[in-house]
Design a protein around this ligand. Structure first.
Ligand SMILES: Cc1cc2nc3c(=O)[nH]c(=O)nc-3n(C[C@H](O)[C@H](O)[C@H](O)COP(=O)(O)OP(=O)(O)OC[C@H]3O[C@@H](n4cnc5c(N)ncnc54)[C@H](O)[C@@H]3O)c2cc1C
Ligand code: FES
Ligand code: FES
Length: 1312
């Protein structure tokens, strides 16, 4: 190397290792010289997957770990659902060496966000790597299955891997740690309770400890590395490799480089400062901002120089930019003795994203996200800015700078790298508080976040100027100047707090409404969060306001379940685990997209209109067709005359809109791209463009549809019973009028719409679809392809959730893959990307009800309702939903005179469809609102009023059903006693009298839900006994969608034939065997296939009867062996097609629910303290499965009423809530803290199959009671502050925003 000053050639005094550097001096001029060895580069990635070494040549820098695991390694246990870090279905465990301790640490990570190229030297473990049903199951897998923690199984492997990772990190976790570790995993089926119970059995403080061998817990089922003599997994070797060579990949559109040290990083960044580069640490920012598309990715995840943590003598902490958020939390807690603020910051950081994100994501990545995206409501920015922290940034050419957080926002970071964060300790008298208000309790971005640092002396006088930072209110977080100045030097009194709060509300002017929270709400939160901070800072405050000063600490949840069984009926009535549960928790259960990808397969992605209510003038697919791997772009016009996804006649909905036809909603599909991988198809779909003409304004809400009289002609016959409604209303001694509405709900199945078609040798197709409707899928595939239906065999094994969303909406994907496979004579599959799914596919129907109702002597006498439902763009699924809803218009209350007139409205949104308890959920809620309104206007206790009007035995419903077995009034008093109603009600009243800013509500409601197979279900079950060994294969026309149909069916068949469960196997539903069956839905398919199974088993028993009589001592195996030899048919097809019953239903499910909630009046956040459910399952066929249905259905209902909100952009009609960042189904911390479910005991159903009752949908409706509990809490607060109107009308969902806005909080009310 040459000396830069005198040009002398100089050799280093020591031998340099590749990539290392050495400081020496020139022997001639004594100038300082840095000797640096060139770093060899390599293009082969090495890591281990389940202990097996992986070498990947030139990995695609854009490929995710998930894509590698699923499509290259062929391990299908790890799922892909949202692809944006929001659901946890893809979680795997990553083991790496901790730089501080030098030990291996295992953390969970979202494989959908982790880039494959960033896996150098890591040990990756998937669900298959820890156990299997074929070898040995890991205790976590086994426990989840045996606790009924898996229904559809779509979330199960992610749940298992989150828990597995926790146990690797912390072999003896507490129950709290167990509950916390699932904050990144969504389960739509179970309601979380069984999952939490299963995993809490591993806790040190477990109530019911798991009896597991410690050896089993290690989870070392890896195949040892064959490279090393030690025979251990080879991550050490791989990570040593890194020191020898850095990974450098040059690909077409994006390159990858891993710097070896900080100098190297600064050089690389400096030389690319004009390029679009990205420093990749966790890559989790791509879950929020997907289209970053850098041309160079620089992997900083293993740069040791960025991973240091240390503290100064004055308590200031310094944290490297390569420290993960999880490690930052740990460090802050470790250092909490130095400053109270450190624990406060740690507590807030625990609310950032989720455990799998925080475990791999850096705090630096987070603050860079807000630097580059002003609207990103970064928590880390707000709290660190509020704590007066500073950032250190470095550049190769310009050295080091220290920036405060607000200066950082303005700083041009091109060519610069964040290297560290410095957080000062608090001074004497400092009070530091932070806040985050969210739509749900975990894994949710902030509506508003805040951090406030104020110094008070002993007389409560504000010293200096407080730091008050608020995020989510303006682009970038902002710091108060005016209000902070107003506080400086003043004594902190209620008056000052009120004045400063007013100033704050004026000081921050929102320049544009954020997408998901109104300006008034955000403005109000500014003042209420400030008030909370002031209360927290003051040493002495009134006990009445004390609950506002401290955040609510949610305790560990608990659950209770009770039921009875009848051993004489076993295995029917036995609480057996689901037959597929073990396969699901080990990741072995196969879903539609898990089948082997045949060479040559094509992948399909839909192209969506970016405009609604317009004509599709032309489509330009040239750019997509030029993309590597793209094979075809199919347009609606290609698909022939018929490509419907529902209905006949003028309202027929096309699968793809044709050029020249109207596009009715933004997001409607007009083309499909076929490519060689799903990723390529998805990317190419974004390149297809269209021209739209005749663009008209869009209608996106029900209110707009009503105002514009946008109604479908087809109307549902009204409900009319009793007298003419006007006459009946005149007879009433009390009449009220009002209106109520409730919104939509996305199904949120973990497995999005998926289908796959294979051409068969006879010119037909085998079509695998995740559908609830095999028969109609066959029909629409036949229409799209022109093939006879008999040549299309639709196969459905299981769905990863559906909840009604795959009855008709599964036709889009199934129809398109059938058409494409037939056209290209190649296998074609399509897995809808989440945003595509949410934009294309309809959801729950929003409803509105305008009512006039009256009582006579406090009894319901006349109900007159005008209903409106939002069908979306096409009417097909909506008449049925309206009709079904009408059957529940009475909820559980008797009234002699009814009129319900229903209008189906058209909006420019996707066609809405069945969603768990379609129509009935809104109907029950609307009627419960009427009951609440009547009670309030009559000034009677709502619970008493409800009880006085509940159905009695023998009364007749509006649909004409005589309630012969109605037990509601009996259940009511039994329930009140069981839940200790009177004492709890008193305690709630007392709580409310003692607390101004947190209020409780306690509501009770009955439930009646019409059920039965009569008049609707036509289904078949095939039972085939194998004469060789006596085992039995069963298939049926119902689909396993998580509800436990397969298990109940196996139980029934085993019982009817007198066999053990292990002797019965349930196989896929196919249209070949079960064509012409009704779809799976409406809660009763399990009942219907059980009836058909009983029919089939009886045929077999009848056929075997002579042999049994002749050979009374022969075993089952001997009998069926004889039958086989004698040519007796050992197969039978049972059929269920029962006539409809009077009033539409065979029977009702009855139940009771009580909800006790606590509302933070200042923020609108709700905690459900306790829920009690008494549910009637008759003599349950499998009580454990039915309890799972109750809990899962109920929690889905809670989501509908509290957190889930579907919003469209009013101008473009585009769905705004189209992903997990915006749309929030309940998480595990949104469920009742104390969740008790009791199945009604000793209650056989005389008219149900095997004396049971169905369970899937009724519990969802029971969740409406939570609204009335929350409403009580709001009313209590309004009354106390003199703000209560005559009647408080509320609409669902009651999100924190809607709740807080109803509370009418004013700074004038801020007392201390
Ligand atoms: C599902 C989900 C939920 C989330 N919830 C929240 C939440 O509730 N609150 C919240 O505040 N955030 C939330 N986030 C954001 C999350 O905190 C960030 O995604 C994460 O911190 C980014 O870190 P990373 O290491 O993955 O960054 P990367 O994605 O690797 O990088 C992000 C950006 O930072 C740049 N960068 C990285 N390191 C440096 C450096 N040293 N110097 C300069 N630039 C650098 C990169 O170039 C890139 O532009 C959420 C994210 C997801 C996916
Ligand atoms: S698929 Fe990765 S978090 Fe949803
Ligand atoms: S079992 Fe959890 S999503 Fe279905």
């Amino acid at each position: 190397m040459k000396c830069e000053r005198c040009n002398t050639r100089v050799k280093p005094a020591v031998e340099l290792q590749p990539g290392s550097s050495y400081h020496g001096f020139c022997p001639t001029c004594n100038a300082k010289i840095v000797f640096k060895s060139d770093v060899p580069t390599k293009s082969t990635l090495t890591f281990t997957l389940n202990g097996k070494p992986q070498k990947v040549q030139n990995p695609d820098p854009d490929m995710t770990l998930n894509e590698y695991i699923r499509t290259i390694a062929g391990l299908k246990g790890t799922k892909l659902s949202c692809a944006e870090g929001g659901c946890g279905a893809c979680v795997v465990a990553i083991t790496k060496k901790d730089t501080a301790s030098g030990k291996d640490v295992t953390v969970p990570a979202n494989s959908c966000l982790r880039l494959l190229a960033a896996c150098e030297g890591l040990q990756i473990t998937t669900v298959e790597g820890i156990g299997s049903t074929r070898t040995k199951m890991h205790p976590v897998q086994k426990t989840l299955a045996t606790h009924w923690g898996s229904q559809c199984g779509g979330c199960s492997s992610g749940m298992v891997m989150s828990m597995y990772s926790l146990l690797q990190r912390s072999p003896q976790p507490t129950k709290q740690e167990v509950e916390d570790c699932l904050d990144g995993n969504i389960c739509r089926c179970t309601g979380y309770r069984p999952i939490l119970d299963a995993f809490k059995s591993f806790a040190v403080d477990a109530d019911f400890p798991a009896s597991t061998d410690i050896e089993d817990m290690s989870g070392v089922y890896h195949t040892p590395c064959d490279k090393l003599p030690c025979g251990q997994a080879c991550a050490d070797q791989c990570s040593t490799d890194r020191k020898l060579a850095r990974l450098k990949i040059a690909a077409d559109t994006v390159s990858w480089i891993e710097p070896v040290d900080l100098d190297d990083l600064l050089s690389i960044v400096d030389s690319h400062k004009k390029d679009k580069y990205m420093l990749v640490f966790g890559n989790t920012s791509t879950g929020v901002f997907k289209d970053q598309n850098p041309t160079l990715k620089i992997d900083v995840s293993r740069l040791v120089a960025l991973q240091s943590t240390n503290s100064d003598h004055d308590g200031t902490l310094h944290i490297g930019a390569g420290v993960t958020i999880a490690a930052l939390i740990d460090y802050l807690i470790q250092q909490k003795a130095l400053s109270d603020s450190f624990e406060t910051l740690a507590d807030h950081l625990k609310k950032v994203a989720s455990t799998p994100i925080r475990s791999v994501a850096s705090w630096a990545g987070n603050v860079m996200m807000v630097h580059d995206n002003p609207d990103f409501p970064s928590d880390i920015f707000t709290i660190m800015a509020g704590a007066n922290a500073t950032l250190t940034v470095n550049s190769k050419s310009q050295g080091t700078k220290t920036l405060n957080f607000f200066d950082f926002l303005q700083f041009d970071m091109a060519g610069w790298v964040i290297t560290s964060l410095s957080i000062p300790a608090l001074k004497k008298g400092d009070h530091f508080t932070t806040h985050k208000v969210m739509k749900r309790h975990e894994n949710c971005h902030a509506y508003i976040n805040a951090a406030i640092l104020i110094n008070l002396d002993s007389s409560n006088t504000v010293q200096g100027t407080p730091t008050m930072v608020f995020g989510g209110f303006t682009p970038y977080a902002s710091k108060s100047t005016a209000a902070a100045k107003q506080l400086a030097g003043q004594k902190l009194t209620a008056d000052l707090i009120q004045q400063a709060a007013d100033t704050l509300a004026q000081e921050f002017q929102p320049d544009s409404p954020a997408p998901f929270a109104s300006v008034p709400y955000r403005r109000s939160l500014l003042t209420t969060l400030f008030y909370k901070s002031m209360l927290a800072a003051l040493p002495s405050i009134s006990p009445k306001v004390a609950s506002a000063a401290k955040p609510y600490v949610r305790p560990v949840t608990s659950g209770e379940q009770s039921y009875d069984t009848d051993p004489s009926l076993y295995p029917v009535s036995q609480p057996l685990p689901k037959v597929s549960a073990f396969m699901q928790t080990t990741g072995e259960a196969q879903y539609t997209d898990d089948a082997f990808i045949r060479p040559g397969s094509l992948f399909a992605a839909f192209v969506h209109a970016e405009q609604g209510n317009c004509t599709l003038a032309s489509v330009d697919s040239s750019a997509a067709l030029h993309m590597d791997g793209v094979v075809d772009v199919i347009l609606g016009n290609d698909m022939g005359v018929t490509s419907p996804v529902g209905g006949d006649g003028p309202d027929q909905e096309p699968c793809l809109v044709k050029v020249g036809d109207r596009i009715l909603f933004n997001g409607q599909a007009y083309a499909v791209v076929l490519a060689t991988t799903q990723a390529k198809a998805n990317a190419a779909a974004k390149l297809v463009t269209a021209k739209y003409t005749d663009v008209k304004p869009v209608i996106t809400t029900l209110d707009d549809a009503i105002a514009n009289k946008s109604f479908f002609d087809a109307q549902v016959p009204p409900v009319k019973t009793g007298k003419d409604i006007k006459t009946a209303l005149q007879e009433c001694d009390h009449v009220i009028e009002g209106e109520v509405s409730c919104g939509s709900q996305y199904h949120f199945y973990m497995e999005t719409q998926t289908a796959m078609a294979f051409p068969t040798d006879d010119g037909g197709l085998e079509l695998h679809a995740s559908t609830q409707n095999v028969s109609d899928t066959q029909l629409f595939a036949s229409q799209a392809t022109g093939l006879p239906a008999s040549k299309i065999n639709v196969v459905m094994k299981r769905a990863g959730g559906s909840y009604g969303g795959k009855i008709t909406r599964s036709w889009f994907t199934a129809t398109v893959v059938a058409y494409a496979a037939n056209k290209h004579n190649l296998p074609v599959r399509c897995v809808l990307e989440l945003h595509s799914n949410m934009r294309l596919v309809g959801k729950r129907h929003p409803f509105k009800c305008v009512y006039k109702v009256g009582t006579l002597k406090s009894k319901l006498h006349a109900v007159d309702m005008q209903w409106y439902a939002d069908a979306g763009a096409y009417v097909f699924d909506s008449d049925g939903t309206m009709g079904q809803g009408q059957t529940a218009c009475d909820a559980a209350y008797y009234c002699p005179n009814w009129q319900v007139v229903s209008t189906v409205c058209q909006t420019n949104t996707p066609s809405n469809t069945a969603t768990r308890a379609p129509g009935c959920l809104p109907a029950v809620y609307m009627m419960e609102t009427v009951m609440d309104h009547l009670a309030k206007s009559l000034k009677v206790d709502p619970s008493t009023f409800r009880q006085n009007n509940v159905y009695q035995q023998g009364q007749i419903t509006p649909t004409g059903m005589t309630l012969r077995y109605c037990s509601l009034s009996h259940l009511w008093s039994q329930f009140l006693d069981a839940i200790g109603y009177d004492a709890r009600k008193k305690a709630v009243d007392q709580y409310n009298a003692n607390n101004t800013w947190t209020k409780q509500g306690f509501a009770i409601a009955p439930n009646k839900y019409g059920l039965g197979v009569g008049g609707f279900y036509h289904v078949s079950t095939h039972v085939l006994v194998n004469g060789g060994d006596g085992t039995v294969a069963v298939t049926c026309g119902g689909n396993e969608i998580g509800q436990g149909l397969d298990t109940k069916l196996a139980q029934v068949v085993a019982q009817q034939l007198g066999l053990k469960m292990e002797q019965v196997a349930v196989h896929s539903n196919t249209s070949m065997l079960h064509g012409n069956n009704t779809p799976t839905g409406g809660s009763c398919t399990s009942d219907a296939v059980s009836y058909a199974a009983i029919d089939a088993c009886q045929q077999i028993n009848t056929a075997l009867k002579p042999l049994r009589s002749k050979n009374p001592d022969a075993s089952w195996e001997e009998i069926v062996g004889m039958a086989k030899d004698q040519g007796i048919d050992l197969g039978a097809r049972g059929w269920c097609a029962k006539p409809g019953a009077e009033g539409g239903f065979d029977y009702n499910s009855y139940g009771m629910v009580a909800n006790q909630v606590q509302v933070d009046i200042l923020t609108g956040e709700v905690q459900i303290l306790r829920t009690d459910i008494l549910f009637d399952c008759g003599q349950s066929m499998n009580p454990a499965i039915d309890i799972g249905q109750v809990e899962g259905g109920y929690v889905m209902g809670l989501g509908y009423f509290l957190t889930e909100e579907i919003l469209y952009d009013k101008k473009s009609g585009r769905l705004v809530t189209d992903g997990t960042w915006e749309y929030k189904p309940p998480s595990s911390k949104d469920i009742p803290i104390d969740f008790r479910v009791n199945l009604l005991k000793n209650a056989p159903n005389p008219v149900g199959v095997l004396r049971s009752k169905a369970s899937g949908e009724p519990p969802t409706c029971m969740a409406s009671s939570v609204v009335f509990a929350v409403k009580q809490a709001i009313e209590s607060s309004l009354k106390e502050r003199g703000e209560m109107p005559d009647y408080l009308a509320v609409n669902a969902p009651l999100t924190p925003e809607n709740i807080q806005q109803l509370c009418k909080v004013s700074p004038k009310q801020f007392s201390v």
